[in-house]
Design a protein around this ligand. Structure first.
Ligand SMILES: Nc1nc2c(ncn2[C@@H]2O[C@H](COP(=O)(O)OP(=O)(O)OP(=O)(O)O)[C@@H](O)[C@H]2O)c(=O)[nH]1
Ligand SMILES: [Mg+2]
Length: 319
């Protein structure tokens, strides 16, 4: 990898140089060849534990994330990717009294970054997965990914995390009802936040029923615990960290974590190779080959299927 081909120094990322990390994440956000070159040059291997924080707008995900940063700091370094947050991680006001941005802004062991959710769904989840890889290469112990919503895009992004928290509030009844199946699919831990508000018990019961119903149908499944929190006041955070640890321990049994990560790797690897094929098919060289194959088909020298087979064999280096 030459300096010209790659404007971000992979070694600087690995040395946790904040500017290099920021530039690497920008490159990943832009995508394309520069990002691919950089990502290929980063140190291999991984160690970070990845936590997803998802849920409806305004449920308190960022506030909760700040609390998690503070709680997890005792167990290592923490990096955060917030996908398209409407209320960005900035200023102290957002964060309540307990944890303020300033407490972590100067901490070299904490890194927080927002990422825009433009582009296709696959594009977003790929970008977030690549971003998490950058933070992993930088040696962070914990990587938290915050995404907003309770729909399909979260299902996509959730594929990059090891433990996914679904954050709801006492007011989330309708959203939870509508997205029931999807939520049960992605939630490893339910967080009932804003439990300082009324009707927490009703929401807790609704979640409990969902978890129980699933447990009756799916044998040997993980039953997501429901943790009640007041993120703005720091209440329930220890219990939440405990629940994350519980899920992590469960994943660690019977090779579940390795299996989960391998499934994720299989999908990303296939997508990357497929994207390379697609790019090749769009290239000028391929255009010329296609046209000459079409000439042969038109002249009756070759069938379409035979031409396709020959082109494919050529592409994978078998011809
Ligand atoms: N009453 C109460 N308010 C809270 C609690 N947690 C967060 N909030 C407030 O809820 C508002 C939204 O909090 P955020 O942390 O920005 O929520 P979010 O889910 O990240 O929001 P988006 O990223 O915009 O979807 C802020 O005004 C917080 O102070 C809580 O436990 N109780
Ligand atoms: Mg937020």
């Amino acid at each position: 990898v030459t300096a010209e081909a790659c404007t971000v120094d992979p070694a600087a990322v690995a040395a946790r140089d904040r500017r290099a990390i920021a530039r690497a994440l920008s490159a990943v956000e832009r995508g394309g060849a520069a990002a691919a070159t950089l990502l290929a040059a980063l140190p291999a291997g991984r160690r970070a534990y990845r936590i997803g924080v998802t849920g409806p707008p305004g449920a308190g995900k960022s506030t909760l994330t700040m609390q998690l940063i503070a709680a997890l700091r005792g167990r290592g370094s923490v990096a955060v990717i917030a996908v398209d947050p409407s209320s960005p991680f900035s200023g102290g006001a957002l964060l309540g009294d307990r944890v303020r941005m300033n407490d972590v802004a100067d901490d070299p062991e904490v890194f927080i970054r927002s990422m825009a959710s433009r582009g296709a769904l696959g594009g977003l989840s790929a970008a977030v997965a690549d971003g998490a890889d950058v933070l992993d290469a930088a040696g962070f112990d914990w990587v938290i990914v915050e995404t907003v919503g309770v729909g399909q895009s979260e299902l996509e992004v959730v594929r990059v995390t090891d433990t996914t928290l679904v954050v709801v509030t006492p007011e989330s009844g309708d959203e939870v009802q509508t997205a029931k199946a999807g939520l049960m699919e992605i939630a490893d831990v339910f967080v009932l936040n804003k439990d300082d508000r009324p009707d927490g018990n009703a929401m807790w019961n609704a979640l409990r029923r969902m978890v129980d119903a699933r447990r009756r149908v799916v044998v040997d499944a993980w039953a997501p615990p429901i943790v009640r929190t007041v993120a703005a006041g720091g209440r329930g955070i220890d219990a939440l960290v405990g629940a994350i640890g519980g899920h992590r321990a469960w994943l660690g049994e019977a090779g579940r974590l390795a299996e989960r990560r391998r499934a994720r790797g299989r999908e990303r690897l296939s997508n990357l190779v497929a994207a390379r094929f697609a790019a090749q098919l769009a290239s000028g060289a391929w255009h010329a080959r296609l046209e000459s194959a079409l000439d042969a088909i038109e002249d009756g020298r070759e069938t379409l299927h035979a031409a396709a087979e020959a082109l494919y064999a050529n592409a994978v280096g078998r011809a």
